[in-house]
Design a protein around this ligand. Structure first.
Ligand code: HEC
Length: 214
């Protein structure tokens, strides 16, 4: 025979046993900016200065320290004029500072599609989706991207194109801080490929396939 008190005591115990789970569920679903209560600290919390924070230690009160004038961070000595500025002997370089490989070309295509295509379009004719949209808004202030296929741009030395990507030109923004040095050169190589593709003649097609086209 089960004692009479067993049922109520059993139910109460069962309910109390669920309380910890309810608390955990509540904490997990509540958003809070407070740090969680911690029993064992480990090294989870350490004093540090976050970006843009104030640090009274310095006279200007900034925790983020500006570069010290006259110094260069390790690995950022950009001595090579050809590689970093697209110049040889003070003039725009007419050749690449590295060997142009098919791998580099693929990389250039990929980077071009990410960074330049929205404005300059798939073939570099300057008719990208951003440009089309800006034109359709008819606000009258949009300067359309230049086509790569004019004689003027086709005759630009590769060093000059590299400089345009790095530092921007007139109303086109600079991409030097977003795209690495090698990648910028890869894009230049791909622009050259686009230019060639849009100005190709039958003689550029391998002899075996020419008859098929004719
Ligand atoms: C936000 C739109 C935009 C993007 C993105 C953009 N461009 Fe341009 N680009 C322009 C515009 C606009 C011009 C014409 C500037 C002018 O004439 O004021 C231009 C001009 C150029 C020219 C001609 C410069 C000259 O010598 O006259 C080249 C080359 C060029 N862009 C390359 C690139 C490359 C490579 C990229 C990708 C890294 C790129 N652009 C990304 C808008 C863009």
């Amino acid at each position: 025979m089960i004692p009479r008190w067993f049922l109520p005591v059993g139910i109460i115990t069962l309910c109390l046993a669920l309380v910890p789970f309810a608390i955990v569920a509540k904490i997990r679903s509540t958003k809070s900016t407070e740090t969680r209560p911690q029993i064992i600290f480990d090294m989870d919390q350490q004093p540090k200065f976050k970006a843009q924070a104030v640090n009274g230690l310095f006279a200007d009160g900034r925790a983020m320290r500006p570069r010290v004038p006259g110094t260069i961070p390790r690995g950022e000595l950009q001595e090579d004029d050809h590689l970093y500025r697209g110049k040889t002997g003070g003039e725009w370089a007419t050749d690449f500072p590295m060997e142009v490989t098919s791998r580099m070309m693929q990389r250039g295509r990929e980077r071009y599609d990410i960074f330049c295509l929205p404005c300059h379009g798939y073939t570099g004719d300057g008719n990208g989706i951003v440009s089309q949209r800006a034109e359709s808004l008819r606000e009258g202030i949009w300067i359309p991207p230049l086509s790569y296929h004019s004689d003027v741009i086709r005759s630009k030395p590769v060093g000059n194109l590299f400089n345009t990507i790095s530092n921007g030109i007139r109303s086109m923004p600079a991409y030097g801080t977003q795209i690495g040095t090698e990648d910028r050169w890869a894009i230049v190589a791909y622009i050259r490929a686009l230019q060639r593709s849009q100005n190709a003649t039958i003689d550029d097609v391998p002899a075996a396939k020419q008859s098929k086209l004719r």
